[in-house]
Design a protein around this ligand. Structure first.
Ligand code: NAD
Length: 359
């Protein structure tokens, strides 16, 4: 079978890191015999310049006709003053909507070899951690009823969740846990919020009936915010609502110390997902070969694991990345203070390709 991958490289460092990930996928294809077809589509600022819209119909059609989508990053200062409906970020929201993506998976991991880049206390960082936040993406308070009173001096936003919305994101979390270490922590505020009590009941019912093999526990969101800093190695998969996930995923990614290492996936009902590094278009380093390609390369590994069920191939990419980091290779964003022998983004890609071919 040939997997059709829509490439949406976007702006700034987006193309640099996306094509680095494509090279890695080509090496995977040579090594394991799987087959990928790549088609490139415009989105973001570059699409606005060329077609007058950030998300052309051609891109939507191309993504819908693909087995998965790999996105680089969109945006940059050049488009900061364009009207709201033309902003490059509209392309991201538009793609999520047309592809029906309601779950975001964001791993945050640190290896002992990178402990010096981590902002946590050295003894905690040295233990390493590897967690995955599964965030509900299309419901909750960001999409609930909102408004103001007539005088405009009272405002409200409503957190609303249905059993269906909770079940479908929880299923993604349990499925992810089965591919990892078999542990889900559901995060809510059930001591205060009715929507959280429904969340907790629903996750537990699903766990007991469909995923008895997965260990499930609950944690209140305020405690979770502390535990991610105090003992992140406790967590395997975290499942939570849109707003709590928004906050906790940023917290978890920041404690790892480098934005250039972190991948993400957005998934919906079908196996098709959208995979992208969490970083933006980094206009400050664009075109200088300084972009760390690892986040995009690890996003490609997530695509193999979660959309194509190619676990062995995904493991091989993750191992190659982990090996180059263990060898001490560092791009500028993850170098130790005072380290002089850091490498360019393209050299990091070559080192990963080399490991992948030899391992
Ligand atoms: P950013 O993530 O682009 O950059 C933040 C900092 O991290 C910069 O110093 C940058 O050089 C560094 N950085 C980011 N990725 C890196 C990598 N792979 N290797 C090494 N260093 C890296 O965030 P920003 O500066 O706030 O935003 C820049 C533009 O990107 C804005 O237009 C913003 O709207 C857009 N943006 C897009 C996305 C997306 O497409 N998903 C996400 C965030 C920001």
């Amino acid at each position: 079978m040939t997997y059709k991958i829509a490439l949406v490289p976007g702006d700034g460092i987006g193309p640099e890191v996306t094509f680095a990930a494509v090279d890695v996928l080509k090496a995977v294809s040579e090594k394991f015999g799987c087959s990928f077809e790549f088609n490139e589509y415009p989105a973001g600022g570059c699409a606005l310049d060329k077609y007058g819209v950030p998300l052309p119909q051609e891109t939507i059609d191309g993504c819908l006709a693909s087995d998965s989508v790999m996105l680089g990053a969109v945006g940059g200062p050049k488009w900061d003053s364009v009207p709201a409906d033309k902003r490059p970020e509209k392309a991201l929201l538009g793609l999520r909507k047309v592809l029906g993506l309601y779950t975001n998976l964001r791993p945050a991991a640190i290896q002992p070899a990178l402990a010096d880049a981590c902002v946590l206390r050295p003894d905690i960082a040295a233990r390493g951690f590897d967690l995955m936040i599964v965030r509900e993406l299309t419901g909750g308070i960001y999409f609930g009823e909102r408004g103001r009173n007539e005088a405009g001096d009272v405002a409200y936003d409503t957190e609303t969740y249905s059993v269906m919305e909770i079940e479908r994101v929880a299923r993604r979390a349990f499925d992810a846990a089965r591919k990892r270490r078999g542990h889900v922590t559901s995060i809510d505020k059930a001591n205060v919020l009715e929507s959280s009590r429904l969340w907790r009941e629903t996750v537990h019912r699903l766990g007991e009936t469909e995923y008895p093999d997965v260990r499930l526990d609950d944690m209140l969101v305020d405690n979770a915010a502390m535990q991610i800093i105090r003992d992140p190695s406790f967590f395997d998969v975290i499942v939570t609502s849109n707003m709590f996930g928004d906050i906790l995923s940023d917290e978890a990614s920041q404690v790892t110390g480098s934005i250039g290492l972190l991948a993400s996936a957005s998934l919906g009902e079908s196996s098709r997902g959208m995979y992208e590094p969490i970083h933006g278009s980094a206009p400050d380093i664009s075109g200088k070969d300084l972009a760390n390609p690892i986040a995009a390369i690890l996003s490609a590994a997530m695509m193999l694991r979660y959309s194509f069920d190619l676990a062995e191939e995904a493991d091989a990419i993750e191992k190659a990345v982990s090996d180059v980091l263990s060898d001490g290779l560092r791009t500028a964003d993850i170098k130790s203070p005072g380290q002089e022998d850091w490498i360019k983004g393209s050299e990091m890609k070559e080192a990963i390709l080399d490991k992948l071919r030899r391992n």
